[in-house]
Design a protein around this ligand. Structure first.
Ligand SMILES: NC(=O)c1ccc[n+]([C@@H]2O[C@H](COP(=O)([O-])OP(=O)(O)OC[C@H]3O[C@@H](n4cnc5c(N)ncnc54)[C@H](OP(=O)(O)O)[C@@H]3O)[C@@H](O)[C@H]2O)c1
Length: 247
């Protein structure tokens, strides 16, 4: 894995940050994409670089096709290729489904799902045999989570797109997969009312007895990026301590 060029979208904090650090431990070169919070991104880049690897921050709003093109031009200009795309960035609106406006829908679909298509197209143009595209999904893609309709639908699109991309890119030796994570207590939860109560309920209902950590998720992403995972193609790997097993 040493010297592989890795882009983590939304890599400035939360799960994305843990993913960047995991790849850095193996000597990968890291691009950390962010949208608005430059300070967190620069802090993460310093932490990643302290592992002795090259690391760069890349500002780009993934809702914008031109900004995505610019981001990949910068990667290409520096290293001429991308080996691993981790599509981790996401945004959302928490509302009852019937209260969603067209603007909410377009915002969330563009950030979470269309961006995978646009990033995958750019990535694939320089991705060698052995390349990897890995996305982050969640249980809301197939189950009804209150207020989560916009994000859930976008994650369902992302999972379906994962299968189509996998079939098209497999002949080139590139794998495309998604990881569906259970609840991870990242900053995003601070925006949810009663988040501590909800997280405690999830913890109690999880057969493995605890919530996931960002590092739990990063480990599985890293495995999917490794040569050992080359025959896992177009799958959604559930990592939730057994939460989704229960009726
Ligand atoms: N946390 C959970 O419980 C959980 C569970 C299952 C799945 N997931 C999935 O795991 C992934 C990471 O979750 P997280 O909780 O770590 O998220 P988070 O803490 O909210 O971080 C989101 C990241 O995405 C970036 N981002 C947001 N909108 C963007 C845009 N338009 N363009 C580029 N970057 C953008 C943010 O950048 P700025 O800070 O610069 O805006 C930030 O780096 C997401 O795909 C999420 O759906 C999370």
């Amino acid at each position: 894995m040493e010297n592989r060029v890795v882009l983590v979208t939304g890599g400035s904090r939360g799960i994305g940050k843990a993913i960047g650090l995991r790849f850095a431990e193996q000597g990968c070169k890291l691009f950390i994409n962010f949208f608005q919070d430059r300070e967190s991104a620069e802090r993460t880049v310093r932490e990643v670089a302290s592992r002795g690897v090259q690391a760069f921050s890349l500002q780009a709003d993934l809702k914008d096709a031109e900004q995505i093109r610019r981001m990949f031009r910068e990667i290409h200009d520096r290293f001429g290729r991308l080996d691993v795309l981790v599509h981790n960035a996401a945004s959302g609106v928490l509302r009852e489904t019937l209260e969603l406006t067209a603007k909410h829908w377009d915002w969330v679909m563009a950030t979470n799902a269309r961006s995978l298509l646009l990033c995958a197209r750019e990535a694939a143009s320089t991705m060698p045999n052995g390349g990897r595209i890995i996305s982050l999904s969640s249980i809301g893609s197939s189950r009804v989570v209150p207020q989560y309709g916009a994000i859930g639908v976008s994650k369902a699109a992302l999972e379906s797109l994962t299968r189509y991309l996998a079939a098209e890119l497999a002949p080139r030796g590139i794998t495309v997969n998604a990881v569906s994570a259970g609840a991870v207590a990242t900053e995003i939860w601070n925006l949810i009312p009663e988040s501590q109560v909800i997280l405690e309920k999830i913890r109690k209902r999880t057969p493995s007895g605890r919530l996931l950590t960002p590092e739990d998720v990063a480990e599985i992403i890293y495995f999917l990026a490794s040569p050992q995972a080359h025959m896992i193609q177009g799958q959604v790997i559930v990592v939730d301590g057994g939460y989704s097993l229960l009726a």
